[in-house]
Design a protein around this ligand. Structure first.
Ligand SMILES: [Zn+2]
Length: 149
């Protein structure tokens, strides 16, 4: 049986090979980037490697569970936590200043059952990076801004 992502509007999108890595539209027109169902954005002066280190201090990820790669404009980490509760894609352009508001760290997360709630994650990111974090999700139910506490 194909895996499906349940959108906040109630529709489901199947995880088919032809859907992967694309924006997919449900019946009512909401778009979601498959396979990620929530995106967090924040600026950070840290190297992307250090950003990933902070993330994996909370969500342990063994070497075999992710790829660290890049091309001429982008650098990224993608994979799954070792416990398998979160899929992630963490990326940023390495050609643009880290402080440029147009060049935030983009953290796409797929939250499997048992993973923390989107709001808990957003607040954790804000606190641990000491930055304002915004989130966007399909259906916009989890769109929010988090401030460091
Ligand atoms: Zn829908």
């Amino acid at each position: 049986m194909p895996l499906r992502i349940q959108l906040e509007c109630g529709c489901r999108i199947e995880f088919l090979d032809e859907n992967m890595g694309k924006w997919c539209q449900c019946k009512c027109g909401n778009s979601t980037y498959v396979p990620y169902d929530i995106w967090y954005f924040f600026n950070s002066d840290l190297d992307l490697e250090d950003v990933f280190q902070v993330f994996s201090s909370r969500f342990p990820t063994e070497k075999d569970d992710f790829r660290h790669d890049g091309e001429n404009a982008w650098e990224w980490f993608d994979g799954n936590t070792t416990e398998g509760d979160i899929g992630f894609n963490i990326s940023r352009k390495h050609t643009v200043s880290r402080s440029d508001p147009e060049n935030p760290v983009k953290m796409g997360l797929f939250l499997y059952e048992g993973s923390p709630a989107p709001s808990e994650l957003g607040q954790w990111l804000a606190n641990n990076f000491g930055k304002t974090v915004t989130s966007k999700s399909p259906g916009h139910l989890f769109d929010a801004t988090y401030f460091p506490e």
